[in-house]
Design a protein around this ligand. Structure first.
Ligand code: ADP
Length: 255
């Protein structure tokens, strides 16, 4: 009698575990379906644009000097868009497959911020946005995957410029704390309405699709950032106010 009860309990527990597994598999399948749907939707727009311009050029516009250069420039912009999407998808795929292969070393965060800011020199001048380095003077060592944190900084700073206002700024503030360093990337741009903040890190989510596309955004930048920081065991916080600006804050461990 006692044995039968024990067996029944075991079967009940096994059934619960299996049910949980089925639920997780269903969730993953739904997520995969949605992701593939989003990817093909994102690729369609630039591909159809390219097709449209090439057909128009072949149908005679090629010999019309008033439009041929314009159509070729638009074709080129759509190709750049496709490349940006593929690059970001590739980065996400690599991050997922290399999840356990973080290359953590000790390095100076101030030096990396300087390097990343320098790569935005031309873009920031074009948009008349001032890049402000941290005020700290002596090196601040951290222990993390340098390439991946470089990508995090690149994406935050790129967004600060993309969604910044003319004659605005993007600044980086470093707080040297015990055991960790806190990094803030702040802009005084268009800001984000509170209701959109919980969805910002979802793949392909954008507050204003038009503006993001116009600026060459793919909707994947913050998803990549979240992935990297989670793999490092860190969180990211957002403080933003519409028409005032945005702050992204995250921590990195010290050696
Ligand atoms: P995107 O390629 O569209 O910039 P991201 O994943 O980097 O994609 O960001 C998602 C969305 O979050 C953006 O489309 C934009 O609406 C919003 N966003 C991100 N950073 C900022 C910022 N600094 N200021 C205002 N909005 C931002």
């Amino acid at each position: 009698m006692k044995n039968l009860k024990k067996k029944k309990k075991k079967i009940y527990i096994l059934k619960q575990i299996k049910q949980q597994e089925i639920k997780a598999l269903k969730r993953a399948a739904k997520y995969r379906r949605e992701f593939l749907g989003n990817v093909s939707h994102e690729l369609k727009t630039p591909i159809f644009n390219i097709q449209g311009y090439v057909h128009t050029l072949l149908d005679g516009a090629l010999n019309d000097d008033s439009v041929n250069k314009k159509y070729l420039e638009r074709t080129s912009k759509s190709i750049e868009r496709l490349i940006a999407i593929i690059d970001d998808l590739d980065a996400l795929a690599r991050l997922e497959s290399d999840e356990l292969k973080l290359d953590k070393t000790s390095w100076d965060i101030l030096e990396l911020i300087k390097e990343v800011f320098e790569s935005f020199e031309v873009k920031s001048i074009k948009k008349d946005i001032k890049l402000m380095l941290p005020k700290n003077k002596t090196p601040i060592m951290v222990f993390a995957d340098r390439n991946q944190i470089s990508q995090v900084l690149y994406n935050f700073i790129s967004n600060g410029i993309k969604y910044g206002k003319k004659s605005g700024y993007v600044k980086c503030v470093i707080e040297n704390k015990e055991g960790q360093v806190s990094v803030t990337i702040q802009d005084n741009g268009i800001g984000i309405d509170e209701k959109n903040i919980p969805r910002l890190f979802e793949r392909f989510y954008r507050v204003d699709k038009g503006r993001s596309r116009e600026e060459g955004g793919t909707g994947l930048g913050l998803a990549i950032v979240k992935h990297i920081l989670e793999t490092h065991g860190e969180e990211v916080n957002v403080v933003s106010k519409q028409n005032t600006g945005t702050k992204f804050i995250f921590s990195i461990k010290k050696p």
